[in-house]
Design a protein around this ligand. Sequence first.
Ligand code: HAM
Length: 432
Amino acid sequence: MSYDIVRGMNDILPEEVTWWQLVEDTIRDVARRYNYREIRFPIVEHTELFTRGIGEGTEVVTKQMFTFPDQKGRSLSLRPEGTASVARAYLTHGMQTNAPFQKLIYFGPMFRYEKPQKGRQRQFHQYGIEAIGSLDPSLDVEVIAFAWTLMRDLGLTGLSLRLNSIGCAEDREPYHQALRAHFYEDISKMCANCQRRYEDNPLRILDCKEEVCQPFIETAPGPVEHLCQACAEHFEAVKGLLDQLGLEYAIDPHLVRGLDYYTRTVFELVSTDLGAQDSLLGGGRYDGLIESVGGPKTPGVGFAGGTERLILVLKEQTEAVEPERVDLFIATLGDDARGQAMRLTEELRRAGVSTEIDHRGRALRKQMTLANNVGARFLLVLGDDEVAAKKGSLKDMDSGDETPVELTPRELCDAVSQEHSGSCGPNCTCSH
Ligand code: HAM
């Protein structure tokens, strides 16, 4: 019996991983330039971290978490996102006293029980950054600039950044009142979820995707109309700095984002190439999150993007990435040649040259096919004559040129290295 893969989860095969490596290398390089340091944290956390951090009334917490009891009956959940975990790690390691200002980046799988479709999985991967410890609008702008630089470095176009401010905790009640006043007359015509949200958290009505609710949502007041002076000034400063840096944005007065921890700045980068799931990345400020999970009042701002979605857009817009090639394939005829090939292969690999041989006792012709399949740059054929003479002929697979070589690791490494441009390791004896 064989097993099906769990719905909404994907295997990422080697050809696909080439795209992942390209994207992750680019993100790491942007992180280096912006000085964000990588943090890794567990996939499983206590459920309460997410209910408290993300918010009890959010879709992510009420419908989408993979939650289970451990052997002692404690409720654990697979992480649906990274920000709450970063806040927890910040407190677990006493950063609030040791090093309160942190700029962190993370990568990894996240889990949400959603209906799978293009760009939406139950296990997906995020790359995210979190800048913790300052209220300064320069940090909001740095985080947005990071996102734009990443997109530019990947060469992506057709993107737009939606921006809004939802104000601080104190602004929420007057805004909720304004929303209730707006929806009061029509709430009975809206969906059941919105009717519940009307009582609990009317701001969430703006997230509703139901057709029937859209006409009422379109005319709703935006949170910006209800900002206190400090939040209004903060938003003006963010916009002013974005203008100064020439970073594009469009104000979306109804953008509120689906997680409860947001305060002030919220944003999403969307792509026309993604269809219904158009959000490439999303983020914002969360000045109350660390306090809500048991720490001191500590501001923060960040974003996270879905790696699968980023790769979908990249594939739409760029040429296929070349898979990694093997430097040298050694084909053999006979047992002596095979023994010699094994010794050479091992020495070359230790020296940093990627080298491959046949492991399935194939005929010479089939070994040539294999050399092509692994994209070998060079081919060396060893038979009894070559082993006896300790000499062979190295074929450049791109040009077809053949060069005589001594069968020593040093000479082979030298010959192949023109191509592998000095990537040999510390044990290499070649002249590079
Ligand atoms: P989020 O908007 O829930 O925010 O998710 C961020 C990104 O993750 C989305 O824009 C999307 O690209 C990707 N994503 C979300 N759900 C799925 C899914 N089911 N399948 C594929 N991709 C998905 C957060 O998670 C916040 N923690 C972001 C943040 C960081 N805010 C401040 N700091």
